[in-house]
Every structure is written in structure tokens, then in C-alpha cells.
Design a protein around this ligand. Sequence first.
Ligand SMILES: [Zn+2]
Length: 255
Amino acid sequence: MRMRVLVAVLSVALLTLLPDSISAGFFSGFRANRKVVALTFDDGPGIGNTARLLGILKSYGVKATFFVTGSLAMAHPQLVRKAAEEGHEIGNHLWNHENFYALSKKHSQENMEKMLRDNVRRAEKAISEATGSVPRLLRMPHGYCRKWAVRAAEELGYTVVNWTFGCDWNKMTIQEFTILMKDNIKPGAVLLMHDGGSKKRVTVDAVAEIITYAKTAGYDFVTVSEMMELEAGQGVQKDLPVLRKQKGQNEGAAR
Ligand SMILES: [Zn+2]
């Protein structure tokens, strides 16, 4: 019963019509005409998680996208460098996982825009120093998505990236987690997981089975930038409905 409730709450993938003004610099998966899926890992690099995860991804030949915070990239540059050297894409997840939903309760939009720009640049510097290249994808903590933020990010050279499904911030067993992730592997899906934070052992433990399932089903794994290129190549109109966040994406503390 508990499982059924979890599935009902978490696996609702809403089809959302994004207004043109927000869609230009925003990506959250698309309706692909071939079986491709992007694995994304946030909040790292995480001690104990990221190195193990990189080993698993390497053994399966899978490239993923890591959205790292600047503060952790500065603390553990060797892990970020290793991920980049092994062919993974590195994205910006702000300096210290600032929550703009919370900040919006206390600050004007003008102040928030200044904080966003400062955060993006500060994290960008740390990531660039670790990897030798400048990130071009930004995932806002908690999936914060507002027109002004997408525009500001675009002006800094970024595309804001959300996801089609994620659930590893909920307390669940590895079996429950694996079932939910498998259910949400779809052509053009961007799956959100975490390699940062202290309680992500279940996520890393489940990754091999999720990868094996998807490969058996005929999926190729791509980075987010590769998926965006596939979308462009497929000629998808940006004002068509796109796969987007599930219910509850903007709540909670872990993302
Ligand atoms: Zn996060």
C-alpha cells in the first residue's frame, strides 16, 4: 500500500505548456523519437558517493551530467576533474545550493537577480578551475524556474535545466527507488538523482540496475547537452508541450 501511494504521488509526470518567453533558455527533456535518456546527478561532488558512482558509470560506458555546487567543486576539485576527464558533462548548481524559493520571501527580484548572477559566476569560477572548461548548463536548486531567472541565466551564457522525474530525496528502499526510476525511463527523459548529500547510498546502489534495465530496453545514454542537440536535430518546436517536472518538484529541501 505504501508503495502504491508513493507511486501515485511521485510518478505524475505533468505535460506542461511552457510560454515561449521561458522556453528559449530552458530545457527539461523532450519527446524524443528515439530511445535516449539522460542521467543527471546533483549536489556533489559527494565524498564516498561520487568516486563510487564514477566507477559504476565507467564500467557500463555511460556518460552522465553532474550539477555540482561551486563550494564543493572548490573543496574537491579532483573529483570534478575526474568526472569531466571521463567524459561526463559538468553543470553549475550555484555556489552553495541557494534556495531562490526561500530567498524570494525576503528579497526583491532585483536583489535576487544580483544574488543569482553572483552565485552563478562564483560557482562557474570554481568549476572552471577544476575542469578547465566553462559550464553552460545551470540547474537551479529545487528546480527554481521563473522567467527573470531564465533570462538572467541566458545573459550569462547558460541554459536552465530541470528534469522529467526524480524522487531520491524521499525515504524509500532500494527496491522502491529502482521501480520508480525504471517506470520513468522514457525517450527524451532527464532523470534527476543525487550524488551529494549524506544519505544517497541508495541512489548509487541502484544505478547499476537502472542502467542495465534501460540498456536492455534499447536506450542510449546521453549527456544533457547531447540531448539538447538531439532535440534541435529532431526539429522540435519549443512551444510544443514538453515533458516537465512531476508534482512536488519545487518542494522539500534535498534538491
Ligand atoms: Zn540540488
